[in-house]
Structure formats: C-alpha cells, structure tokens
Write a protein that binds this ligand. Structure first.
Ligand code: HEC
Ligand code: HEC
Ligand code: HEC
Ligand code: HEC
Ligand code: HEC
Ligand code: HEC
Ligand code: HEC
Ligand code: HEC
Length: 480
C-alpha cells in the first residue's frame, strides 16, 4: 500500500529542501531530494537514462526503488554487455540493446540513437515507459509515463518492437497463436470470460492491479507478453509471472487459465472447457466425471508427462525454441516456441507454422519436444506412441458414445436436478474428445472411459450388447 499522505508531504518538502538528507519512503517509492540526473542532451528527446551507469541506477529507480531492485536482475539490464560480448556488435544492433524510441509510445528518435551517450545503454525503464523528463520534473498522475500492455506485429510500441525479426520473432509467432490471434476478441472483455480470455481481466484476477496505457479503456488486449512475463522481472526464470514447473493448478502459469471446467457442473449440460491442467495432474475427482466404480479410489492417476520426469510440464511440450537452418546449414530463423504448438507443422523450409492440417508424422512436423529431453528415442517412436494412444482412446470413446445412444433421452435432462450416470459418462466422452487427452493423460482418460462403459452397461441394462459391433451406432446421436 502506498502511503499517500507521506508522499504528498515529501513532494512539498522536496521543492524547498533540495539539500536535506532525509528522503521520504513508502514501500515502493522513495522521493529523493537531491539531484537525480545531469541535464540530458537536447537531441535525446527527453530520455533520461542512467543516474549512475556503473551501478545501473536508472533515474527512475531513484524513486521507484522496488522496480529498480527487480529490473537490475533482468537480462534487460545487461543488454549492452550481452551485445558487446557477442563479438558481433555493430551500429545496426544498437537500437534494441539501448534506450530509445523502440518499445514505447514515442516515435521520434531519441536516447542512444541520437546521442550514442553511455547513459542510454541497456534496455531500461524508459524503453517501455517512454521519455521521463516531464514526469521526473514534476512526478504526478498527469505526467506518469505509462507502458503499453498491448503488442502486435508492426506496432510502434511494446515488446514486439525489439522481440521481432529472424533472430527472435517472438511477436510474429505469438500473434499467430491462440493467445495472440484476434479469433475471439469479444470474450476478452466479456464478464465471466475475461479472467482467462483477456489480458486485463487475467491480471486483475491474479491480483495484479497495476497501471498501464490501455487499463480501464475497454480495450480488447489479448494474452500479451506482459501477461505471462513480468516486465520488471522476479523470482521465476525468463521473467515469468508464475512458475511453470510447479504441479499445482493454482500456481502454475499455464494451469491458472487452462482449468475452466474439468469436472461437471451438475446444473449444466456443457462438456469440459480447457481441462488440460487438471487432466495433466490427474487427481481423482478433479478431472472428468468420476464413476463410482472407478478402480482407483484415492490419490491420482498421473502420466509421465505430468510428473517430475517432465519438469517444465506444459511448457516442456508447448514452449520450445530452436534454430532453423537451410540445407546448406545457414541460419534462417529462430523458432521461438511462442506458437505454443507441441508438434507444429513445418513449411517447406522446416519453419513451424500455425497451420494444423498436416499429418502427424515426423516428416510433416517438428517432434523435438518429445525427443530433445531424451524422453522418446526418436521422432518416429514418439509419433507412433501418440497414434496408438489416440486410437485406443478414440475406440473407447466411440464405444461409450454408442452405448449412450441407447440410453433414453430423459436421462440427459439438465432441468430435473438429477445428475445421472449417462450425463456423467457423456462428460467423459467430451474429455476424450480433446484430441490431446491421449498425451495429457492417457491413463486417466482410459480409466474414466473404461469405468464409464462398465457402469453405463449395468445401470441401463446394456450388458447384453457387449460383443455386438457398435460401429453402425457410432456418431448417430448428437452427443458430441
Ligand atoms: C522524483 C521521484 C520520481 C522519479 C525520478 C520518477 N518517478 Fe514515477 N512516480 C513518482 C511518484 C511520486 C509517483 C506517484 C504519482 C501519483 O500517483 O500521484 C509516480 C508514478 C509513476 C507511475 C504510475 C504508477 C502509479 O501507481 O500511478 C509510473 C508508471 C512511473 N511513475 C514511472 C516512472 C518512470 C518510467 C520514471 C523514469 C523516467 C519515473 N517514474 C521517475 C516519483 C518519481
Ligand atoms: C528496447 C528493446 C526491448 C524491449 C522494448 C523489450 N525487450 Fe526484452 N530483451 C531485449 C534484449 C536486447 C534482450 C536480451 C538481453 C541480453 O540477453 O543481453 C531482452 C531479453 C528479454 C527477456 C529475457 C530472456 C531470457 O532468456 O531470460 C525477456 C523475458 C524479455 N526480454 C521480455 C520482454 C517483454 C515481456 C517486453 C515488453 C514488456 C520486452 N522484453 C521489451 C530487448 C527489448
Ligand atoms: C530487432 C531488435 C534487435 C536487433 C536489431 C538486435 N538484437 Fe540482439 N537481441 C534482441 C532481443 C529481443 C534479444 C533477446 C532474445 C531472446 O532472449 O531470445 C537479443 C539478444 C541478443 C543476445 C543475447 C542472447 C543470445 O542470443 O545469446 C546477443 C548476444 C545479441 N542479441 C546480439 C546482437 C547483435 C550482434 C546484433 C546485431 C548484429 C543484434 N543483437 C541486433 C533484439 C535485437
Ligand atoms: C520491458 C518493459 C518494461 C521495463 C524495462 C520497465 N517497465 Fe515498468 N511497466 C511495464 C509494464 C508493461 C507495466 C504494466 C504491467 C505491470 O505492472 O506489470 C509497468 C508498470 C510500471 C509501474 C506501475 C506500477 C503500479 O503499481 O501501478 C511503475 C511504477 C513502473 N512500471 C516503473 C518502472 C521502472 C522504475 C522501471 C525501471 C527500473 C521499469 N518500470 C521498467 C513495462 C516495463
Ligand atoms: C502464454 C504465456 C506466454 C506469453 C503470452 C508469452 N510468453 Fe514468452 N515465454 C513463455 C514461457 C513459458 C517461456 C519459456 C520459459 C522456460 O522454458 O523456462 C517463455 C520464454 C520467453 C523468452 C526467453 C526464451 C528464449 O528462447 O530466449 C523470451 C525472450 C520471451 N518469452 C519473450 C516473449 C515475448 C516478447 C512475448 C510477446 C510477443 C511473449 N514472450 C509472450 C510464456 C509466454
Ligand atoms: C491468461 C490465461 C492463459 C494463460 C496464462 C495461458 N493460456 Fe493458453 N490459452 C488461453 C485461452 C483463453 C486460449 C484460447 C483462446 C481462444 O481460442 O480464443 C488459450 C489457447 C491455448 C492453446 C491453443 C489451443 C488450441 O486449441 O489450439 C495452447 C496450446 C495453449 N493455450 C497453451 C498454453 C500454455 C502452454 C501456457 C503456459 C505457458 C498457456 N497456454 C498459458 C488462456 C491462457
Ligand atoms: C478459467 C479460465 C477460463 C474462463 C473463465 C473461460 N475460458 Fe474459455 N477457454 C479457456 C482456455 C484456457 C481455452 C483454450 C483451451 C481449450 O480450447 O481447451 C478456452 C477455450 C474456449 C473456447 C474454445 C475455442 C475454440 O474455438 O476451440 C471457447 C468458445 C471459449 N473458451 C469460450 C468462453 C466463454 C464464452 C467464456 C465466458 C462465459 C469462457 N470461455 C470463460 C479458459 C477459460
Ligand atoms: C507431453 C507433451 C505435452 C504436455 C506435457 C502438455 N501438452 Fe498440451 N498438447 C500436446 C499435444 C501433442 C497436443 C495435440 C496437438 C496436436 O494434435 O496437434 C496438445 C494439445 C493441447 C491443447 C489443444 C486443445 C486440446 O486439449 O486438444 C491445449 C490447449 C494444450 N495442449 C494445453 C496444455 C496445457 C495447458 C498443458 C499443461 C497443463 C499441456 N498442454 C501439457 C502435448 C502436451
């Protein structure tokens, strides 16, 4: 909590007491009553950069001590050193490794680009927040330089101005992913949906009530970079806001959203909605309809993919970067993993695409997520295990659908206040209908389907049908 009254006092004090040794403090902001910076060169276009280059003290960080402390530890704070150490530094590289108009609302050139002054080295606060002279001269609500949450290919603001082009096309990949595409923009602001489908809603749902340009404007900001990544850094690798290696649906970054309806809502006929988190972890009772005859009564049915054998869990399969080279071994592009595709289809050059229509073969797709960690011996082996598991689950789901087609429709009434065996079994058919259930947790999915088949047979006297080919029944009823 900010202590407003003390801040106001400080601001008043500072005007008259520049030489005073006292500084005013709240938890996040300290008001320094001393000179913070040397006048920036006119050509810098009001960018301030460092107060002290050697200690990496930004002008902003004099007062915003909490942010300064976090940012110092990020790779942004050593972007200049990274560039120099590479041995390939040249003028064309400098823009993205220094403070200037890239990344913020300003389009007029400034900072390092126009001055080559060392105070503008590294990706500092103003890279995202824009030039700070006005604010620092008179820090208040009207002058505060807000950063954008939004991002897009070709946008003149935001992370994508630097995290783009062949060596790091994060924004180009992300915008094709379902987190970034404009497919369902109306859900981003709709009540009850925005907490997962929109950037602003997600941050608020996570208790992150910070200030940025689009906030409160009703903007359709998607699941942008700064939703998953904390722009100021923090305890998690790669500046992620939440860990990816914790097997807990309320702590894990991906699972925080990928868990809308994994178990039946007994007052509704709707099937599962983003059940991936709970399914991967396979706690009994947390995913699917649990048939009373399920053989495992306690604990969990967790596959290898949800265990410590796959430490990065969702990201272990869905977020992997690698370099694509041409047939002569020359660098073409970095695949950033930000399509979020575990086995992406490849174009003629071997570059991952967002198109999902190719066959699930190692020739057509990248299977590196399955092989690189040493889990599967080869891409062929992984593709074949996938096919086998998917076929087995499809067969079980088809059998269960066939049986449910013989159950009277009154058993599926959602208005009678009774949740029947048939309704539960139908929910499990829906779970198996996610193609990926065979990967996310084949054991759990099979156990639920097998137990559902048994209980549907006994409950509705359909046992006599076992052994009869159900093929001609499959797909007839509107169960899916
Ligand atoms: C002299 C101290 C001081 C410096 C230096 C300073 N700020 Fe601030 N800043 C403040 C104060 C005080 C506020 C709170 C204004 C208010 O809420 O009325 C603030 C507010 C902000 C806010 C809005 C946050 C909020 O909760 O409303 C942002 C963003 C911000 N500053 C960014 C920066 C950046 C970027 C720099 C460097 C260019 C910077 N500040 C430099 C004192 C400072
Ligand atoms: C001015 C250009 C610029 C802007 C704007 C920018 N970045 Fe960066 N970012 C870089 C550079 C350069 C590096 C690499 C620094 C190094 O390794 O030397 C980097 C590194 C990172 C890393 C660390 C990668 C790792 O391996 O840990 C993350 C995460 C990141 N940026 C996220 C973001 C996000 C999120 C935004 C927007 C909120 C953003 N960046 C805005 C230039 C920028
Ligand atoms: C379009 C903006 C941009 C330009 C231009 C740019 N970089 Fe970078 N650079 C980045 C970003 C963003 C990252 C962080 C990417 C990541 O973490 O994957 C980065 C990271 C790096 C890194 C550290 C991470 C690594 O890959 O080892 C080095 C070294 C580097 N760049 C060197 C260069 C050199 C040399 C040039 C010029 C030939 C250059 N950069 C030009 C944006 C840029
Ligand atoms: C890579 C881009 C980036 C960099 C670098 C960056 N910020 Fe931010 N900043 C943002 C974004 C995006 C937000 C809004 C989302 C958030 O707070 O996580 C923000 C929010 C803020 C806020 C508002 C916090 C609140 O509680 O409302 C302050 C203050 C701030 N930044 C100050 C700083 C200071 C000081 C630095 C440098 C030490 C800095 N930022 C570096 C992008 C950045
Ligand atoms: C849905 C969440 C999510 C979104 C949205 C997202 N990222 Fe990431 N990002 C990740 C995860 C997960 C990793 C991998 C972390 C790991 O494996 O440790 C990652 C890694 C990175 C890295 C470091 C990895 C590397 O290969 O150098 C950078 C840089 C980065 N992201 C930038 C961005 C940028 C820029 C955007 C927006 C265009 C973005 N991210 C959007 C989740 C996300
Ligand atoms: C802020 C909530 C949120 C977070 C965090 C999040 N996702 Fe998502 N994800 C969504 C939403 C919402 C969609 C569907 C968007 C749409 O279709 O409109 C989605 C879509 C996807 C898709 C595409 C599904 C398809 O059918 O093609 C994949 C894959 C995915 N997410 C994986 C991940 C991974 C892996 C992580 C963690 C690194 C993650 N997500 C983090 C909300 C989130
Ligand atoms: C708890 C988080 C969460 C909430 C709340 C949520 N969703 Fe989703 N939704 C997701 C995730 C994650 C996905 C992507 C994964 C998937 O397709 O299974 C998704 C996928 C979808 C899809 C499927 C996209 C497709 O084309 O395949 C639709 C439609 C959808 N949501 C609509 C809604 C609507 C409408 C609401 C509000 C009434 C809503 N969601 C609320 C997390 C959520
Ligand atoms: C062992 C690798 C692996 C792990 C771990 C994994 N996935 Fe998947 N995921 C896949 C594969 C393979 C597909 C299917 C892709 C295809 O068929 O093109 C998939 C599909 C999806 C889809 C598309 C909708 C669906 O369910 O069919 C979403 C969303 C998704 N995964 C999210 C997640 C989330 C969130 C996690 C963590 C809880 C996760 N995945 C863990 C491999 C994995």
């Amino acid at each position: 909590m900010k202590s407003v009254s003390s801040r106001v006092t400080c601001l008043a004090l500072s005007v008259v007491a520049l030489s005073s040794v006292t500084a005013c403090v709240d938890e996040k902001i300290v008001y320094r009553d001393r000179e913070l910076f040397e006048d920036p060169p006119t050509a810098a276009a009001e960018f301030l950069g460092y107060t002290d280059h050697d200690t990496k003290l930004t002008v902003c960080g004099n007062c915003h001590i909490e942010k300064q402390g976090l940012w110092e530890e990020t790779l942004h704070a050593s972007a200049w050193k990274g560039l120099q150490d590479s041995g390939h530094a040249q003028e064309s590289c400098e823009g993205c490794h220094t403070v200037n108009q890239l990344g913020n609302f300003t389009t007029a050139e400034g900072g390092y680009v126009t001055t080559a002054d060392a105070r503008y080295e590294d990706v500092q606060c103003e890279s995202c927040h824009g030039p700070g002279l006005t604010h620092v001269s008179n820090p208040n609500d009207a002058t505060r330089p807000l950063a954008p949450l939004d991002v897009g290919v070709g946008a003149t603001t935001g992370c994508g101005e630097c995290h783009s082009q062949a060596h790091h096309p994060f924004v180009e990949d992300w915008v094709q992913s379902r987190h970034g595409d404009a497919g369902h923009v109306d859900y981003r602001t709709r009540e009850g949906c925005s907490t997962c489908h929109g950037g602003e809603g997600a941050l608020l749902a996570w208790g992150i009530n910070t200030e940025y340009i689009e906030k409160g404007q009703g903007a359709n900001v998607g699941i942008t970079c700064a939703v998953c990544h904390d722009p100021h850094g923090g305890p998690n690798a790669h500046q992620l806001r939440f860990p990816i290696d914790v097997p807990d649906i309320n702590e894990n970054l991906c699972m925080k959203c990928h868990q809308r309806r994994a178990i039946p809502d007994e007052g509704s006929s709707r099937g599962p909605h983003s059940p991936q988190g709970p399914l991967l972890l396979g706690e009994i009772g947390s995913v699917g309809w649990t048939p009373p005859n399920l053989e495992y009564q306690a604990g969990s049915i967790r596959g290898t993919h949800g265990s410590s054998a796959n430490e990065r869990l969702c990201a272990g399969c869905h977020v992997n970067s690698f370099n694509v080279t041409d047939s002569g071994g020359n660098f073409l592009v970095t695949a950033t993993g930000h399509l979020f595709k575990p086995i992406p289809c490849l174009d003629a050059n071997g570059v991952p695409t967002a198109d999902d229509s190719c066959p699930k073969t190692p020739e057509a797709r990248y299977f590196g997520a399955c092989t690189q960690s040493g889990c599967h011996g080869s891409a062929e082996a992984a593709a074949s295990v996938l096919l086998i598991a998917q076929t087995r689950i499809e067969d079980l789901a088809a059998e269960l659908s066939g049986l449910l087609a013989l159950v009277p429709s009154s058993e599926f009434s959602t208005t009678d206040g009774v949740y029947t065996v048939a309704e539960g079994a139908k929910f499990n058919v829906g779970l198996a209908g996610f193609e990926s259930s065979a990967v996310h947790n084949p054991f759990m999915t099979e156990a639920l389907l097998t137990a559902s088949i048994k209980i549907v047979k006994s409950e509705y006297g359909l046992a006599a049908l076992s052994g009869v080919s159900l093929e001609n029944l499959i797909g007839t009823p509107a169960l899916r």
